[in-house]
Design a binder for this molecule. Structure first.
Ligand code: FES
Length: 138
């Protein structure tokens, strides 16, 4: 079961990035891997907006690095991230397992819930930015 008072949308979280915020480049992300990404949206190094970026070739899916069970990061640093590329990512607190394809929890304490997807735009030259979609106004 998820923590109570959980935000429903990524853009309701503290320090959620505005549309157009730069998130690096596709080339910076290892292909076929899950990468933790700390985005400074005003909280500095101590309180970044934590993303989880999954790259498959030229495609990148973004999720908030936040387990729906207790609202904590799935992993605090890259070396602790548990993933089976192309298959799943697991929380390293109680080991809930999330599908690679859509972030839905398929086993564990928050089964049926999911990671919050963060829409990304990818430019022709591989620049990643937070998309304007998904805020209920598009
Ligand atoms: S915090 Fe419990 S499974 Fe993630």
């Amino acid at each position: 079961m998820a923590a109570s008072n959980s935000p429903q949308h990524w853009f309701d979280l503290p320090r959620a990035p505005a549309p157009g915020t730069a998130v690096g480049t596709v080339a910076e992300l290892p292909d076929g891997q899950a990468t933790l990404f700390a985005l400074d949206t005003g909280g500095g190094v101590a309180q970044p907006f934590r993303l989880l970026l999954l790259r498959d070739g030229t495609q990148v899916r973004g999720f908030v690095n936040r387990c729906p069970h207790f609202g904590v990061p799935l992993a605090a640093k890259q070396s602790l991230l548990i993933s089976k590329p192309g298959n799943s990512i697991s929380c390293n607190v109680h080991y809930a397992r999330f599908r690679w394809s859509d972030g839905v929890c398929e086993a564990g304490e928050c089964e049926g819930e999911g990671l919050m997807a963060v829409p990304l735009d990818i430019s022709a030259d591989g620049q990643l930015t937070i998309a304007a979609t998904g805020r209920g106004c598009d």
